[in-house]
Design a protein around this ligand. Structure first.
Ligand SMILES: Cc1cc2nc3c(=O)[nH]c(=O)nc-3n(C[C@H](O)[C@H](O)[C@H](O)COP(=O)(O)O)c2cc1C
Length: 459
C-alpha cells in the first residue's frame, strides 16, 4: 500500500464525567473513570497521552442534563450518562504542569458565560500552557440547559449560531485588538509596565452583546485559542467556514465523511480561506491487542459491560426524541429538531428503529469501531484518512486509561513505521504544531477584520 503522505492527528476524546460515549464501561474492572474527581486521574492521563505523542486531549462538556428519555433522568443517573459532570476547564492547569507538548481542546458553550470574562479565562490558560489551548465552540442542544439558567427553552437552532457569531466578534476584539503586541514593556527603570498608548478599550454594541472594556489579560502566545467546532448542519457549516480551524464531525461511513469534509472545505474556501486551513477530525473507537483473538476477546468484554439503554438515553438528548415511547420496530417520526441536526438527519435518512439504535449504541456511540491487531487497526485508520478525506481522529475511551494506553503502546508504533504518525512533537504552540505556520491565526481568517487597522479603529 502506498504511503499516506501525512501525519494523522490524534486527540484523546474525554469528558470530566464517568459515562462519556461508551456507556456502562464504568462497571468494567479495568475502568478508572469513576476516579474522575481525583486530580491524579487527570495528571496520569496527561502523562500517558504525551508519552503516546497524542496531539491533544479533547474535552467535551455539556451544561444541562439528559432528561428526554422517559421524560426524566432515571437512566441518566443510574448509568451516569454524562451526569454527574464536572467543569473541564479547571483540569487543564494541572495537566499542563505535568506535560510540555500536549494540547488541550476544551468545550465551552457560548451561553455559559459573558464573552468578557470568558476571554480572560482562555487567555489565562493560553499563558499558563504556553500556547497549548484550543476551544471547542458549541451552541448547545438541551432545553434542560436553557431552563436551568432561567430561559423558557433554548433559542432556535440557527439563531444560536447568529449569537455565537457575535460572541466570537467580541472575543476577537478582546483577544486580538485590545492590546498591541508591544504594549507590555516591563521597564523597571522607567516605571512602565504597559504603554497606555497601546492598549485600547473595546466598545461593542450589537444585537446580543454590549461590551465596554479593556481586555483584562496581556497578549498570550496564540491570542485566539485554536478554534474547534462540532456541528455540521447548514448553518453550523457556515459558522465553521468563518471561524473553525478544526471541525469535529460524526461520520459512520467513509463516504459520508468524505462528503462532509469536502463540503466543509468548499465552504471554508468560499469564506476567503484556504481549504487546508481547516482540519477535519472524526470520532472513532479503537479496540486492539497483540493478536486478533485477544482483540476480539476485549471487544466481547466491553460489550458485556455496555449499557445500550444508556446509549439510547444519550441519543434521545442529542435528537430531542423520547425513544422510550416507541416499540422496538416502530417507525420513528424524526421530523425537524431544535437539537443536533446532523445527528437527527442521519438517523432519519436511515430510518433507524429503536432496535437498530440499541444495537448500534451498545458500543461506540455514533462513532465507527475499529477492532483488530495493530496492523489491522492502522490499515483501517489510514483507510479512513484516505477514503474519508479527513485529517485525524478523536479517540473515544472504552475502559480508561486502557484504551489510551493500548493506542500509545500498540497503534502509535505501527503508524510510525509507516510514517503516518509523528515520532516527536513539533516545537511551539498548539496552532503551530497543527498548521506549521506560526502562533497566530492567519490574516485570511475573519479575525483580520478585528485586528488593529482601519476597519476596527473607525468604530
Ligand atoms: C461530533 C459532535 C460533537 C459534539 N460535542 C458537543 C459537546 O461536547 N458539547 C455540546 O454542548 N455540544 C456538542 N455538540 C453539539 C454541537 O456542537 C452544536 O452546538 C449544536 O448541537 C448544533 O449542531 P448542528 O449544527 O449539527 O445542528 C457536538 C456535535 C457533534 C456533531
Amino acid at each position: 500500500m502506498a504511503r499516506l503522505g501525512k501525519h494523522i492527528i490524534v486527540n484523546a476524546f474525554n469528558m470530566n464525567c464517568v459515562g462519556h460515549i461508551n456507556h456502562g464501561q464504568w462497571t468494567h474492572p479495568h475502568d478508572r473513570s469513576a476516579d474522575y474527581t481525583r486530580l491524579d486521574y487527570w495528571t496520569d492521563l496527561a502523562r500517558t497521552l504525551e508519552r503516546g505523542l497524542f496531539d491533544g486531549l479533547f474535552l467535551a462538556d455539556i451544561i444541562g442534563t439528559y432528561d428526554v428519555y422517559g421524560g426524566g433522568i432515571d437512566v441518566t443517573l443510574r448509568e451516569s450518562v454524562q451526569l454527574p459532570v464536572n467543569d473541564p476547564i479547571l483540569l487543564i492547569s494541572a495537566m499542563a504542569a505535568v506535560t510540555q507538548n500536549l494540547g488541550f481542546g476544551v468545550t465551552v458553550n457560548v451561553n455559559q458565560e459573558a464573552p468578557y470574562t470568558f476571554a480572560r479565562r482562555i487567555s489565562t490558560l493560553d499563558h499558563l500552557t504556553q500556547g497549548r489551548i484550543g476551544w471547542n465552540i458549541v451552541t448547545g442542544y438541551l432545553d434542560s440547559a436553557a431552563r436551568a439558567v432561567g430561559q423558557n427553552g433554548q433559542t432556535n437552532h440557527d439563531l444560536r449560531y447568529d449569537q455565537a457569531d457575535e460572541y466570537l466578534e467580541v472575543l476577537y476584539k478582546l483577544w486580538e485588538w485590545s492590546w498591541d503586541d508591544d504594549a507590555v514593556i516591563r521597564d523597571r527603570a522607567a516605571r512602565v509596565y504597559a504603554d497606555p498608548a497601546k492598549v485600547r478599550k473595546v466598545v461593542h454594541h450589537g444585537r446580543f452583546y454590549d461590551v465596554e472594556g479593556w481586555h483584562l489579560s496581556e497578549p498570550s502566545p496564540q491570542r485566539t485559542p485554536v478554534l474547534f467546532q462540532a456541528g455540521t448542519s447548514g448553518r453550523g457549516q457556515l459558522f465553521a467556514a468563518r471561524h473553525a480551524e478544526c471541525v469535529f464531525i460524526s461520520a459512520p461511513e467513509k463516504q459520508l465523511a468524505r462528503k462532509a469534509a469536502q463540503s466543509i472545505r468548499a465552504a471554508v474556501a468560499a469564506a476567503g480561506r484556504r481549504p487546508e486551513d481547516v482540519k477535519i477530525i472524526i470520532g472513532i473507537n479503537v479496540i486492539t491487542d497483540r493478536s486478533a483473538a485477544a482483540a476480539l476477546e476485549k471487544l466481547a468484554e466491553y460489550r458485556a459491560h455496555s449499557s445500550p439503554e444508556a446509549g439510547l438515553a444519550h441519543f434521545a438528548a442529542s435528537t430531542g426524541i423520547d425513544f422510550s415511547r416507541y416499540d422496538l420496530d416502530d417507525p420513528i417520526p424524526y421530523g425537524p429538531t431544535n437539537s443536533i441536526q446532523s445527528a437527527t438527519k442521519l438517523a432519519e435518512s436511515r430510518g433507524w428503529t429503536k432496535r437498530d439504535l440499541l444495537n448500534q449504541l451498545a458500543l461506540g456511540g455514533r462513532y465507527p469501531l475499529a477492532v483488530g491487531t495493530p496492523t489491522e487497526v492502522a490499515d483501517e485508520l489510514e483507510s479512513w484518512v484516505r477514503e474519508g478525506d479527513i485529517d485525524g481522529f478523536n479517540l473515544t475511551r472504552l475502559a480508561t486509561p486502557e484504551t489510551y494506553e493500548d493506542f500509545a503502546d500498540l497503534i502509535v508504533p505501527e503508524l510510525q513505521t509507516r510514517d503516518s504518525f509523528k515520532t516527536e512533537y513539533a516545537p511551539g504552540t498548539l496552532r503551530h504544531k497543527i498548521f506549521g505556520q506560526g502562533d497566530r491565526l492567519p490574516d485570511r481568517h475573519t479575525v483580520a477584520n478585528f485586528r488593529p487597522g482601519p476597519a476596527v479603529a473607525a468604530q
